[in-house]
Design a binder for this molecule. Sequence first.
Ligand code: PMV
Length: 311
Amino acid sequence: MHTAPAKIILFGEHAVVYGQPAIAVPFTALNATADSTPAPHGSGLTIYAPDIQRTIVVTKNKVEDVGDVLAYAAQRALVSLDVPMPDLTLTVRSTIPLASGLGSGAAICTALIRELTAAIGRPLEGDALNALVFETEKIFHGTPSGIDNTVIVMGKPVYFVRGTPPETFHIQSALTFVIADSGIAAPTRESVGDVRKLYEANPALYQTYFDHIGAIARTARTQIERGDVPGIGRLMNENHDLLGTLTVSSPRIDDLVAAARGAGALGAKVSGGGRGGNMIALAEPSRAESVLTAVKAAGAVRGWITTLAAN
Ligand code: PMV
């Protein structure tokens, strides 16, 4: 069996598509898994995804159909390794809510490609795996920055700038986050597309927003490295306001953010593509349970407390 974690973006989503830095970390309480069993000779590759009640027969060792992302991921992997279609059944599962800013698409494709390539004796990891998952992200996102596939494949905190090698960084003090699912699925492709339209209508203005978000992400890295926990919280609030200006928050997310802050969170923001999806809040460990209770009372359908360890 192979797995891949969910992820949360701490700073810089959306602006990262335009070349600004962003910070993302794995969220291991949720993950995608893939298992394989040999299939009878000549039966080819079948992908079974019980969570979405899909059985996909991957009939051709060719990249033709971009309509089905799981089949596309498998096809791309086989073509890149230049191997014939294996006789295999792959079963993929995920506990990560779909279209909710937690990287479900990248995680499921990462687990699938890991299992498939290991099963045929040509395991892919690192840059080669990351490049393949990035191709599948284009289907989910349209114009992905590459941050989701990078943090999920690396399984480590990343400071990411599009087109440059990802960096890991020092975390001086452990950080406790409360994550709250608004229960509203919102495809990243749409929010990214809408931000693109706003940018194209007024590039000079939107560039100032992106620059401001980039400056926040850079400062946040320094504060994480120094362990200035209240300062990190303030930057999350500032980042959230700018994401609201980009129109990627939503009334439900704003309610969750207000509830988290009201319960003593040091900072809170939408995370990922937005419009729905998940909110993240930074809290002192002793306050995390109260923040979780408050966001659930404010309408979160699910919530988690997670700690990013010092390193
Ligand atoms: O919604 P998610 O988890 O897929 O995150 C998207 C992050 C964006 O910055 C909005 C898009 C991107 O490709 O970086």
